[in-house]
Write a protein that binds this ligand. Structure first.
Ligand SMILES: CC(C)=CCC/C(C)=C/CC/C(C)=C/CC/C(C)=C/CC/C(C)=C/CC/C(C)=C/CC/C(C)=C/COP(=O)(O)OP(=O)(O)O
Ligand code: 1GP
Ligand code: MG
Length: 221
């Protein structure tokens, strides 16, 4: 996982053809993450799982709903939304889930992600009742995840919008042990190349559903 440069995020609540799934899995991406903010159910996660599982690519479930935890994935990522106003999204959901699934959790398979959601228009920002963050806030969250908590992954989430590259670079400089995930608004090979050098892992989501051929071009050669 440390060496993942690129991952596609497939949304269980969006339509994708079998042929597109094949091309995503064989694109050369380092991983496929299944995750979304709304309309994620056991059935639609299972449906994607069954279609992706036959391929060799590492397969991750990013859990966004306790009812939609499907067994069999290679890894499980659990978000904690650091800039949420509600403790629910930072700790309580995870606490509740540990009551339900705690005895099934295999430590090697589960990774927590410290999310900082920057784009105020993003569904996840609204759903998890986030407060707007300044550059100073973001850098402090990165330090928190690196030095104080620490968590294995810091996820700078712009979902739907491209982030500020000078800020991405500054975040990168704060992180050494923590894996730096960036996601949001990557819509071309050029944008992917620009961001690639600054982050450990870039996540490409919506463009898969908007312009499939361009999405495939975001995979580094
Ligand atoms: C049975 C079995 C195999 C068990 C395995 C055990 C296991 C791994 C248990 C896990 C236990 C656990 C700790 C679960 C976590 C529970 C949970 C629900 C936590 C809350 C997660 C959370 C904070 C979700 C909030 C939403 C969020 C941050 C989602 C991330 C994805 C994201 C931002 C997607 C982008 O949004 P999108 O939907 O694409 O938006 P657009 O449509 O606008 O594009
Ligand atoms: O959908 P986009 O904007 O590519 O963002 C990817 C990912 O960070 C969403 O969680
Ligand atoms: Mg999306």
């Amino acid at each position: 996982m440390k060496n993942w440069k690129h991952a596609f995020k497939l949304d269980p609540n969006k339509d994708i053809t079998e042929e597109e799934i094949r091309r995503v899995c064989e694109s050369g991406t380092d991983a496929v993450i299944v995750g979304g903010t709304d309309g994620v159910t056991f059935d639609n996660v299972w449906n994607l799982f069954e279609q992706i599982e036959p391929y060799d690519v590492p397969l991750v479930l990013e859990i966004s709903d306790m009812e939609a935890v499907v067994p069999g994935f290679d890894y499980y990522f659990v978000p904690a939304v650091l800039n949420s106003k509600d403790k629910t999204w930072v700790l309580d959901m995870q606490h509740q889930a540990m009551k339900l699934y705690g005895d099934m959790v295999e430590e090697q398979l589960i990774f927590s992600e410290g999310y900082c959601i920057v784009n105020e228009e993003a569904k996840a920002f609204r759903k998890t009742n986030c407060f707007p963050v300044t550059e100073e806030d973001i850098l402090a969250y990165a330090r928190l995840v690196e030095q104080l908590f620490p968590l294995p992954i810091f996820y700078l989430e712009y979902s739907g919008k491209k982030g500020d590259t000078s800020l991405i670079q500054k975040v990168s400089e704060e992180l050494s042990r923590t894996q730096f995930f960036y996601g949001g608004g990557i819509q071309s090979r050029e944008e992917a190349e620009e961001i690639q050098g600054m982050v450990d892992t870039m996540i490409v989501g919506n463009i898969i559903y908007e312009d499939f051929e361009t999405a495939l071009q975001t995979v580094p050669e």
